[in-house]
Design a protein around this ligand. Structure first.
Ligand SMILES: Cc1cc2nc3c(=O)[nH]c(=O)nc-3n(C[C@H](O)[C@H](O)[C@H](O)COP(=O)(O)O)c2cc1C
Ligand SMILES: [Mn+2]
Length: 447
């Protein structure tokens, strides 16, 4: 049973989804490029056992596709969005379980011992502004008490014990920080790196629940947690690293740029500052990282939480919707609907439902069920073949989208587009050519 990063790495390895790299690699760009190259070819996650200048190993690209996400959840690929939906809909409470002597406290560094440069934190994309903690989850609580929150906040390494921390509008952490700053107080947080992958999935989902409880539901059992060394925040007991400290009241500093989820570089921001007070880590810790603008980034932020809603909205409008997908290569702006239409107008209704299932969704393509919505070439084939733009494309001007979409104004106002790429009824007897897929290994063997 997966309960931490190490047990997940074992599962990936035994399923042929982990590439162990013994060659020496550079933190600057090389690790990011190897992870990206593997992701581009639908390959394995990466495990770097020889990082130049460091003894600590690095791993990355662990949730780059649905095969690995399904392994993390212990389900089939086609069950992933139903699993997330079930966890969100579940009324049963499964609380994290507090334990003594957590693994992450095997080593505790405080005061002058804290030095982030001793941790192999990569510079990922060629034009990133420096090394960033990208796969860590931020654990926080409002100063006056209340439930905990878990979210992703990238951390730009600035000094041996200081990082920038990007906190967008509408984040729970932003609420906590605003309130603390109004009292001129700093906010304690902890960044857990290298955790059970369901905790990362929960952190990327916007919910009013404590995301650790959502993670427990995804795992189907309590997740073990322990108090931090310097605060009473409860963090995953089996985290590889727990970096503790506080976000300083009223301080803002340059942070960025970093490869953003849209696939473009972001800007240099004036962001809050994280002052590190303690670095706790397991014996022989493993550093986990994640590439900005990667499929993994989009899966965690834009796909896992939104596919269940997309499915709910579109199947509500038409029972002939068979499947939905938000492909990670579409930056979360594209939705694909697989439909066995019974009526000519149905695909457009399903497309309209998809457009309102999440504000970021801009382009919706409705496809016949003979098109594999997980295969981009098949989707483009249908777009090239089965549409008459005048009949099959409709646009909705001045709708609300995301302000980082390059084709929207500064408040995110943009045009949405629906495309009915299903075969016309008059052509419905056309049959797609499908060659059976064969296992090629016997054909490659020498005689
Ligand atoms: C890989 C990744 C990186 C992210 N980086 C940031 C970030 O730097 N700052 C931020 O405010 N949100 C970031 N997000 C988005 C939030 O973590 C995400 O929307 C989360 O659900 C917000 O949690 P909340 O609802 O508890 O505020 C990131 C998401 C992912 C998946
Ligand atoms: Mn939250």
């Amino acid at each position: 049973m997966i309960h931490d990063l190490r047990s997940f790495l074992k599962v990936l390895k035994s399923n042929g989804e982990l590439l162990e790299i013994k060659k020496e690699v550079d933190l600057k760009h090389e690790i990011g490029s190897v992870i990206a190259s593997l992701e581009r070819k639908g390959g394995e996650a990466a495990y770097f056992a020889n990082v130049k200048g460091h003894r600590i190993h690095v791993t990355g690209g662990l949730l780059s596709d649905h095969r690995k996400i399904a392994l993390a959840l212990g389900c089939k690929v086609e069950e992933v969005s139903d699993r997330v939906e079930a966890a969100l809909a579940c009324k049963e409470t499964i609380k994290p379980e507090e334990v003594e002597n957590p693994a992450f406290k095997e080593n505790i560094l405080t005061g002058d011992q804290v030095d982030l440069s001793t941790i192999p934190i990569p510079i990922h994309a060629p034009e990133d502004g420096g090394p960033f903690i990208t796969a860590g989850v931020t654990i926080s609580r409002a100063l006056g008490g209340g439930r905990q929150n878990v979210s992703f906040q990238r951390m730009h390494i600035k000094e041996k014990n200081r990082t920038g921390v990007m906190i967008n509008e509408w984040r729970h952490l932003k609420e906590f920080l605003d309130r603390a700053e109004s009292e001129r107080k700093s906010l304690p947080i902890a960044v857990a790196v290298g955790v059970d992958p369901v905790i990362m999935m929960a952190a990327g989902i916007r919910t009013d629940l404590d995301e650790l409880e959502l993670a427990c539901r995804l795992r189907g059992k309590p997740i073990e947690v322990s108090r931090c060394h310097t605060s009473d925040l409860l963090v995953p007991a089996f985290a590889e690293f727990v970096i503790e400290g506080e976000i300083l009241a009223g301080v803002r500093d340059d942070e960025g740029p970093l490869a953003e989820f849209t696939g473009h570089y972001g800007l240099l921001w004036k962001s809050p500052v994280f002052q590190v007070k303690a670095v706790c880590h397991r014996n022989n810790p493993i550093w986990q990282t994640l590439n900005g603008a990667s499929h993994e980034h989009i899966n965690l932020g834009n796909v896992l939480s939104r596919e269940p809603v997309l499915k709910k909205y579109t199947t509500y409008v038409s029972k002939n919707v068979k499947n939905v997908h938000i492909p990670p290569y579409g930056a979360g702006f594209l939705a694909l609907i697989s439909m066995d239409k019974k009526n000519e107008g149905e695909p457009k209704n399903a497309a309209m439902a998809a457009m309102v299932s999440h504000v970021n969704i801009k382009t919706v393509v409705v496809l016949d069920t003979d098109v594999d919505i997980y295969n981009p070439a098949d989707v483009l084939w249908a777009l090239a073949n089965r549409i008459d733009p005048r009949e099959d494309v409709f646009i909705i001007p001045n709708a609300q989208g995301h302000e980082l979409d390059p084709a929207s104004d500064e408040r995110g106002v943009q045009t949405k587009m629906g495309i009915d790429a299903t075969l016309w009824e008059t052509k419905k007897d056309l049959k797609k050519v499908v060659y059976p897929s064969v296992d090629l290994s016997p054909y490659r063997e020498e005689s």
